[in-house]
Design a protein around this ligand. Structure first.
Ligand code: RIB
Ligand code: CA
Length: 310
């Protein structure tokens, strides 16, 4: 049975792949975007085109926050390009100011969202605002899977992960107030790398394969070797989708988390001090890499428009 999911994201090239996979691995009840890899106007326009190309024109697309709660917007142009999708440039969209933002939309539709899995692959600003404005929303989601940070104390190739570093206050609020939160950090996301040699499989997948191939040409040049495999590159947000549709390929541990909000360690995920009551977060501590790759390419075969050459 396919899980019902809501994607809160900042497309972003790995967000784009995550959305394309969620399109055939789950039932997408809606997509919201947040400023992160690119501006809100870019991430919103990017999500709209990705949904159209993947046949999701009727999926609700709702805008979120223009930037982090308290820190200036930090975009990731080096990995995702100025518009957010590498050389696949799409004009940004002016978002009508009267359009409801996603935290209001979630509150107005909370009944129908029950049993939906929220997957966050950008900064956690939208979710933090929703919890501050409508605390009962923390009980509607079947789970809240966040791509960000790292298992406290884990050896990782990066000291700060982009999503949690961009909005550390939002991440700390989600770990404090959110129940049924699970975390996919770079300690596992940077193990589940995509092999460069596998990108040839995208040919024969029509417009989706062509578009994704162009984006990954840009992204792989910049991310190749992240996580330590010189033949591969991480697609962090895709791992967050796998965590919801294929949780058994991960190993998990429960612990209360907090986030360092200021100073040289800003964005570091730490064990919450025991004197502060927080719900435990389910943190991914390991992943079966072969099982992840098998799931991913079997899922992508749904886009194959030509029969597999034997
Ligand atoms: O650190 C990886 C995360 O930051 C991913 O979500 C990527 O899209 C960027 O937003
Ligand atoms: Ca992202």
């Amino acid at each position: 049975m396919k899980p019902r999911v809501w994607l809160d994201m900042d497309p972003g090239i790995d967000d784009a792949w995550a959305l394309l996979l969620a399109m055939n691995q789950s039932i997408i009840t809606g997509v919201s975007t947040v400023a992160g890899n690119a501006s809100l106007e870019n991430t919103y326009a990017n999500a709209r085109q990705l949904l159209e190309i993947a046949g999701g024109q009727d999926v609700p697309l709702i805008p979120g926050a223009l930037g982090p709660l308290l820190t200036p917007l930090v975009r990731a142009e080096e990995f995702h390009g100025q518009g957010g999708l590498g050389e696949w440039s799409i004009p940004s969209e002016v978002i009508p100011p009267e359009l409801p933002r996603v935290w209001s939309w979630w509150s107005m539709h909370s009944e129908e969202l029950k049993s939906t899995h929220l997957i966050a692959t950008g900064p956690l600003t939208n979710i933090a605002i929703s919890l501050l404005a409508y605390p009962l929303l923390s009980n509607i989601w079947a789970s809240v899977t966040c791509m960000g940070g790292a298992l406290p104390g884990a050896q990782t190739d990066k000291a700060q992960e982009f999503n949690v570093y961009s909005d550390p206050h939002a991440a700390d609020i989600v770990f404090h107030w959110g129940t049924r939160v699970q975390l996919i950090g770079i300690n596992v996301a940077h193990k589940a790398v995509i092999l460069l040699e596998d990108l040839d499989r995208l040919s024969g997948m029509g417009q989706v394969g062509h578009m994704l191939g162009k984006m990954l040409q840009f992204y792989s040049k910049r991310a190749l070797g992240e996580g330590g495999n010189p033949e591969g590159f991480p697609v962090d947000d895709v791992v967050a989708v796998a965590a919801v549709v294929k949780p058994s390929i991960f190993q998990w541990r429960e612990m209360p988390l907090a986030v360092v909000r200021e100073g040289p360690l800003r964005g570091t995920v730490v064990l919450s001090p025991i004197d502060v009551r927080r719900p435990s977060v389910r943190v991914a501590v390991d992943v079966d890499i072969a099982a992840f790759r098998k799931w991913l390419w079997e899922a992508m075969d749904h886009y194959r428009s030509e029969p597999l050459k034997n």
